[in-house]
Design a protein around this ligand. Structure first.
Ligand code: RTP
Length: 148
């Protein structure tokens, strides 16, 4: 089953949106497979966002991600990478549709509350980076009520 890496950024934590965000993924029917509350340091944040290292906003992005604790999660389910990105909404909250997390809770691109992997391959890399210890194996028993 497909997995994705989702991170509630420091602003989402500070604004008390952890429960709201987890609730949206849970109510959709996806399965929470990994969860931890952590502070990351600059080298780790730079590694996570390595693909963006040439961008002019890279250092302010890294400052933002290390400014407070984040919630790192692994979610599992059919098409969870693409559907997770839809639940999250467009990168710039000015373009995010109402009903998406960023559309409902964010205004500035540099305070857009949440990260979600953009492809199955990047999800695999991000899960390995953020959960080197691995994740607890468990199976939800309600699948027949979610999947036909
Ligand atoms: P994320 O990685 O956080 O899920 O965001 P994304 O794929 O939707 O967007 P990406 O292009 O990978 O950018 C990563 C994060 O960098 C910040 N950003 N700032 N100032 C700017 O123009 C700008 N552009 C991007 C955002 O916080 C974005 O989520």
């Amino acid at each position: 089953m497909e997995q994705t890496f989702i991170m509630i950024k420091p602003d989402g934590v500070q604004r008390g949106l952890i429960g709201e965000i987890i609730g949206r993924f849970e109510k959709k029917g996806f399965t929470l497979k990994g969860l931890k509350f952590i502070n990351v340091d600059r080298p780790f944040a730079e590694k996570h966002y390595a693909d963006l290292s040439a961008k002019p906003f890279f250092s302010s992005l890294v400052d933002y991600i290390i400014s407070g604790p984040v919630v790192a999660m692994v979610w599992e389910g059919k098409n969870v990478v693409a559907t997770g990105r839809k639940i999250i909404g467009a990168t710039n909250p000015a373009q995010s549709e109402p009903g998406t997390i960023r559309g409902d809770f964010a205004i500035d691109i540099g305070r857009n509350v949440i990260h979600g992997s953009d492809a199955v391959e990047s999800a695999r890399k991000e899960i390995a980076l953020w959960f080197p210890e691995g994740i607890t194996e468990w199976q939800k028993t309600v699948h027949p009520w979610i999947y036909e």
